[in-house]
Design a protein around this ligand. Structure first.
Ligand code: OMP
Length: 220
């Protein structure tokens, strides 16, 4: 890890552990896999925690060089995340338009499923928490295309870097990136979590379980 450019990765992992968004133990995933760690973005449940998280996301996007002109948060978890990023960008002097969707389309009032700035003609950065199977992200990509926007990239907090299914070579994040021809950027990945735990004596026990999990389910 490069100390300067990867500083946001360490800050993110420290913050995620502090607010218990990142926990070690035994967790059954949506995929049925038994994981020694779990990331729950819902635990960034205060203004300070969300502001700290948003700063890490923005540093990761800046480091990636993705060019975009609108932030999109897919319902539900992406909504507070994209909103926090918009506030962080504004704090840094860049006022970006922000949009998100609702899960149930409304037939009355303003109608439709999109809220916020218009997507037409915009390069859209999608902000989400984790990609596991990629289901939620594919839905967001379809919504953006329908509204006339162009997906410019996806930023997530944690890339679990695991094979999308047994025998597959790619993770869901890699598959989505290849299919769409866009960058999928993560604030940190399982590799970073391994480096982080390797540098700290208190995580010795957890690190062995993470290594075993990566050996079984990780991408090459
Ligand atoms: P996809 O829509 O399949 O990409 O999956 C996102 C889902 O992964 C979330 O809705 C969570 O239920 C789940 N998840 C986490 O949030 N954090 C993890 O560390 C692992 C999972 C998971 O079940 O794989």
């Amino acid at each position: 890890m490069n100390a300067t450019t990867d500083d946001y990765r360490t800050r993110f992992l420290q913050l995620a552990l502090r607010v218990e968004a990142l926990r070690f133990g035994e967790f059954t995933l949506k995929s049925g896999r038994l994981s020694p760690y779990f990331f729950n973005a819902g635990r960034f449940d205060s203004g300070a925690a969300l502001a700290g998280l948003a700063a890490c996301y923005v540093d990761a996007v800046d480091a990636s060089g993705i060019e975009f002109d609108l932030l999109f948060g897919p319902a539900y978890k992406g909504i507070p995340l994209a909103t926090a990023l918009a506030c962080e960008y504004a704090r840094r002097g860049r006022d970006l338009p922000l949009a998100f969707n609702r899960k149930e389309a409304k037939a009355h009032g303003e109608g439709g499923s999109l809220i916020g700035a218009a997507l037409a003609g915009k390069r859209v950065l999608i902000v989400d928490d984790v990609i596991t199977a990629g289901t939620a992200i594919r839905e967001a990509l379809a919504i953006i295309a329908d509204a006339g926007g162009t997906p410019a990239g996806i930023v997530i907090a944690l890339d679990r870097q695991e094979r999308v299914r047994e025998g597959a070579a790619q993770s869901a994040a890699q598959a989505v990136a290849a299919e769409q021809g866009i960058a999928v950027v993560a604030v940190a990945g399982l590799d970073d979590l391994l480096a982080f735990t390797g540098e700290r004596a208190e995580f010795v026990g957890q690190r062995d379980a993470l290594l075993a999990y990566r050996a079984r389910y990780g991408i090459a």
